[in-house]
Design a protein around this ligand. Structure first.
Ligand SMILES: [Zn+2]
Length: 220
């Protein structure tokens, strides 16, 4: 087993040991790398396990509501067809993830970033959407971008449950799926809170996490 480098919570104060010759090519001009805060393997595992734990209660409710002959309150699905139920639930989850990334993007825009949107396949089958911001943001701006979908998509889900109770099952599916998908954001938010408030944060271009950067007129 490969040894992991020790966790250093004070590293945000330090300078990057790397010289200009190993400056990452994907850093925006005018900035230098201070620290890379991408998630390690155990972080990604923790994020996925938390997502699973967040999704389990809803999964259990869905099985009970969808398969049991007794209705489960207003959350009873509006169809008896398991196939239709599954398809509509998947559609609700897909719409929730699009809304999740759109909220990230809108918040990036609101704090002065220029979001890029896209989609990719994980393991060749599972589609995921993303909103990416190349511009470094202040810590609290990045924190806002990070937690916005947790608040906004949950609020939309609750609103839909109240306004369209007949479709409440799918609104709940979307809201619960979104919360399960927010665990990576929560991990980032928890890390951001340990950074100094005056740091600049850049969306990590490849990994889960972010980079700390600092203005560097020499590379502009
Ligand atoms: Zn997110």
């Amino acid at each position: 087993m490969m040894p992991e480098p020790p966790e250093d919570p004070t590293a945000s104060q330090g300078e990057s040991p790397s010289g200009p010759e190993d400056r990452p090519a994907d850093l925006p001009a005018g900035w230098r790398l201070v620290a890379d805060r991408s998630g390690r393997r155990r972080d990604v595992m923790l994020i996925n396990l938390t997502a699973l734990a967040a999704a389990l209660p809803f999964g259990a409710l869905m099985v009970v509501a969808g398969l049991a002959p007794v209705p489960v309150g207003p959350l009873r699905p509006p169809t008896d067809s398991t196939m239709l139920l599954l398809s509509l639930t998947l559609l609700a989850l897909l719409l929730a993830s699009v809304l999740h990334e759109w909220v990230h993007g809108l918040t990036m825009q609101a704090v002065g970033g220029r979001p890029r949107y896209g989609a990719k396949l994980i393991q060749g089958i599972c589609p995921v959407f993303y909103a990416h911001c190349d511009e470094p943001l202040r810590r609290d701006q990045y924190l806002l971008v990070t937690v916005a979908p947790t608040v906004a998509v949950t609020a939309v889900g609750v609103l839909l449950m109240l306004l369209l109770p007949r479709w409440g099952f799918f609104a709940l599916a979307a809201a619960a799926g979104n919360l399960a998908g927010c665990t990576g954001d929560w991990w980032i938010a928890a890390r951001l809170l340990r950074e100094r408030p005056d740091v600049f944060v850049q969306d990590h271009p490849r990994e889960v996490g972010y980079r700390l950067v600092a203005p560097d007129p020499g590379t502009a």
